[in-house]
Design a protein around this ligand. Structure first.
Ligand code: MG
Length: 158
């Protein structure tokens, strides 16, 4: 049996925060606001994985009211999600994601992101595809006030 799940996330971009995307820090003059490290890609991926396993969403497993997760690396969320899937004999077949922001350019950082995500999920980098889009100057993302990500995960029970 193959299952798929989708995930979406958006964070405000503000000064004085690191820009964490896909488990790595991307050099930029702004960063994402959030209770954890604000890693929009990891959060969308986490929701996609939890969705594929019918395990609800990231807010249920890692509530932003819990001080334990304040400033936490979102790779921990992915490691935990991967463990929950493994406990249910669900193997991650593939994940695909789109990160949407006006700046900075993300493509050059994809190899490092894929490596970090693959390590956290216990899968190979070729099971992870990443894409970057701008919003063509439209809305909050286009004004550089926010960053968003969409993700889809495919898992198989064995
Ligand atoms: Mg988030």
């Amino acid at each position: 049996m193959t299952h798929s799940g989708i995930g979406y996330d958006l964070h405000r971009l503000v000064e004085g925060r690191k820009l964490m995307i896909g488990g790595i820090e991307v050099p930029f003059e702004k960063g994402s606001q959030g209770h954890s490290d604000g890693d929009v890609l990891s959060h969308a991926l986490c929701d996609a994985l939890l969705g594929a396993a019918s395990l609800g969403d990231i807010g249920t497993h890692f509530p932003d009211t819990d001080p334990k997760w304040k400033g936490a690396s979102s790779l921990l969320f992915l490691e935990h999600a991967a463990k929950l899937l493994a406990d249910r004999r669900l193997r991650i077949v593939h994940v695909d994601a789109i990160v949407i922001c006006e700046r900075p350019k993300l493509g050059p950082h994809f190899p490092a992101m894929r490596a970090a995500l693959a390590k956290a999920l216990g899968i190979t980098t070729d099971a992870i595809n990443l894409k970057a889009k701008t919003n063509e100057g439209m809305d909050a993302i286009g004004r550089g006030e926010a960053i968003a990500a969409h993700a889809i995960a495919t898992v198989r029970q064995h």
